[in-house]
Structure formats: structure tokens, C-alpha cells
Design a protein around this ligand. Structure first.
Ligand SMILES: Cc1cc2nc3c(=O)[nH]c(=O)nc-3n(C[C@H](O)[C@H](O)[C@H](O)COP(=O)(O)OP(=O)(O)OC[C@H]3O[C@@H](n4cnc5c(N)ncnc54)[C@H](O)[C@@H]3O)c2cc1C
Length: 278
């Protein structure tokens, strides 16, 4: 992989994360090094040098660093969620959501959660994972001082605003994602469709049970995540009908609008059935 840039700086402190003109952040580099250099970018600032703990869990919930690799996410929180019915059963969503990315093991070893969220691609399954778990993203705002600087919090469901568009101002760092503890023991569901078994995800439905009823989240078939508190199948149909009438469906080589709409409807009904235990 060869990128035509002038500098790579390894960030070790928060002050190092203040971008100079022409600089962009580097996570695992699996996107940046597989595409032409973004316009105007002449240097990279490697966030993996910050040495953040990839993930941790305590009474407040789960925290996942922006630099946590997809491999670390699966072997850590994903493994916690592998025990059906345990206190972390919601994390059973981790492994299928990582598998929903069309990444080889080699790429998953490098690709980061922060890079996936910051790209905001419709097939960015970290969005569907963390939106379904009602997670928030902690964002370091630009222009920090030595005393710590600012940060803001945005719901992951609101972070992606369109295909490849995110609520991240230039120079802002996606520091971590936080999943509230109340979510960790919830039952969750995962459904996915793509044109071929190894193809890019074209429709993804993630969801969770909950005291106030099931919530399902749709990604990949729409430009930005959409969630519904799904009381029953009629509510799902009304919601999908509304998306049909507003032309909400995303289209690219990985699936037409009509097909994605039909698949999303089917997957949403299946998800609701599973959450209802039928
Ligand atoms: C074969 C292959 C298949 C792929 N399949 C998919 C797929 O199915 N779905 C999908 O969504 N992507 C896919 N990708 C793209 C990419 O690999 C993933 O989205 C990956 O998760 C990006 O993470 P990264 O750490 O490598 O990001 P990088 O390449 O390092 O960075 C990506 C972007 O995010 C910014 N960034 C990185 N970290 C942060 C941070 N913490 N804060 C702020 N900005 C940050 C960078 O400046 C850059 O703009 C694929 C890539 C390859 C090579």
C-alpha cells in the first residue's frame, strides 16, 4: 500500500491530535490506504499511538475506544456476549456485525471502530451495532488546551447523517463509544441481506428487546440509521410504507432500491418475531 503524502505523525498526547493544515487522522488505515489520497490531505496523524485501552466494562457500561480494532472488539466484548442469557448477552450482536463487513481477517486486525463510524458508509455495520445498543459517541472537539480541552457527546444513531456524511467537524476525534449498562443484558437480534454470501451488506436490521417494547434499527439499505419502537407487525409495515413513499432507500451496485426495501421489510418482521420470542 502506498499513499502519496508528506508526513505521518504518531499522536501520543491530546495536544498531538490538533491537526495542522493538510492533516487527517489515521485509524487502522484500511480505508485511507485503499483509496486515492483524499483531496488536500498531505499528512496523517496516527491515533493508534494514543495507547487507549481498547475496551472496558464496569458498572456504567461498556466503553470502546475509537482505536479498538474490529479483531479486539470480537475477541473482547464479542466474547463476553457469547454466553446466551448472561449479563452481557446484548454483546452477542458484536460478532455478526463485524462479520457483516466484507473484511478479511487481515483487514479486521487493523480496521478500527472509530474509522468505521467516521466513514459513515451505509454498510458501516458498527453504526447498526452501536445504534441498536443506544450507545453514544464521545467526540474530542478541536482546539484543545493543555488542561484537557473540550468534548461533546452524540448518539451513535445521530452521528451518521447521510451516505459518507457524519456529524464530525474537521479535526474532531472520535474518542470512544459508550454503551449504557442497562443495554448490556438485553436480548438482541441481527438480520442481514446482501446480493451474494460474500457481498457487501445491502440491508441490515439490528434490534433489542426492552421494557418499553422492541426497538429495531435499519442500516445499509438507507443512507443514515433509522430506528423504530416496533409495537407490532402493523407498525413495522406502516413504517416501511412511509419510507417507500418518501424514497428513503439507498441504492448502489450492491442493491437496487426496490430490492433493499423488500429485504428490509422482511428482515424487520423476522427481527420482531425473534424479539417477541415467536
Ligand atoms: C476489502 C475491504 C472491504 C471493506 N468492506 C467494508 C464494508 O463492508 N463496510 C464498511 O463500512 N467499510 C468497509 N471497508 C472500509 C474500511 O476498511 C472500514 O470501514 C474500516 O472499519 C475503517 O477503519 P480504519 O480504522 O481502517 O479507518 P482509516 O482508513 O484509518 O480511516 C477512515 C476515515 O476515518 C477517519 N478516522 C479514523 N479514525 C478516526 C477517529 N478515531 N476519529 C475521527 N476520524 C477518524 C480517517 O481520517 C478517515 O477519514 C472495507 C475496506 C476494505 C479494504
Amino acid at each position: 500500500m502506498d499513499l502519496d503524502i508528506d508526513t505521518v505523525r504518531v499522536a501520543r498526547t491530546r495536544e498531538d491530535c490538533v491537526l495542522l493544515p493538510g492533516e487527517a487522522f489515521l485509524g487502522g488505515g484500511t480505508y485511507l490506504y485503499s483509496e486515492p489520497v483524499p483531496a488536500g490531505v498531505t499528512g496523517l496523524v496516527d491515533l493508534t499511538g494514543m495507547g487507549w485501552e481498547p475496551w472496558s466494562v464496569d458498572g456504567a457500561g461498556l466503553r470502546v475506544a475509537g482505536t479498538c480494532t474490529l479483531e479486539q472488539l470480537v475477541s473482547g466484548p464479542g466474547a463476553l456476549g457469547a454466553h446466551t442469557g448472561g449479563p452481557y448477552r446484548a454483546l452477542g450482536l458484536v460478532a455478526p456485525c463485524v462479520s457483516a463487513l466484507t473484511l478479511s481477517a487481515k483487514v479486521a486486525r487493523m480496521a478500527t471502530v472509530g474509522g468505521n463510524l467516521a466513514l459513515g458508509l451505509p454498510a458501516g455495520s458498527m453504526v447498526g451495532l452501536f445504534a441498536a445498543l443506544d450507545a453514544v459517541a464521545v467526540i474530542w472537539t478541536r482546539g484543545v488546551s493543555t488542561s484537557g480541552g473540550g468534548s461533546r457527546v452524540v448518539a451513535v444513531a445521530d452521528l451518521v447523517t447521510g451516505a459518507g456524511a457524519v456529524d464530525l467537524a474537521p479535526g474532531e476525534v472520535l474518542r470512544e463509544v459508550r454503551v449504557p449498562s442497562a443495554m448490556l443484558a438485553q436480548r438482541t437480534v441481527f438480520r442481514r441481506a446482501s446480493l451474494s454470501s460474500t457481498g457487501r451488506t445491502a440491508a441490515m436490521v439490528t434490534g433489542r428487546a426492552g421494557g418499553q417494547g422492541p426497538t429495531i434499527t435499519v442500516t445499509a439499505s438507507v443512507s443514515a440509521p433509522l430506528s423504530l419502537r416496533a409495537r407490532d407487525h402493523a407498525a413495522v409495515d406502516r413504517w416501511i410504507d412511509r419510507l417507500d413513499s418518501t424514497g428513503a432507500w439507498f441504492e448502489d451496485v450492491h442493491g437496487s432500491r426496490d430490492w433493499r426495501a423488500a429485504m428490509t421489510r422482511q428482515l424487520a418482521h423476522e427481527a420482531l418475531d425473534e424479539l417477541a420470542g415467536t
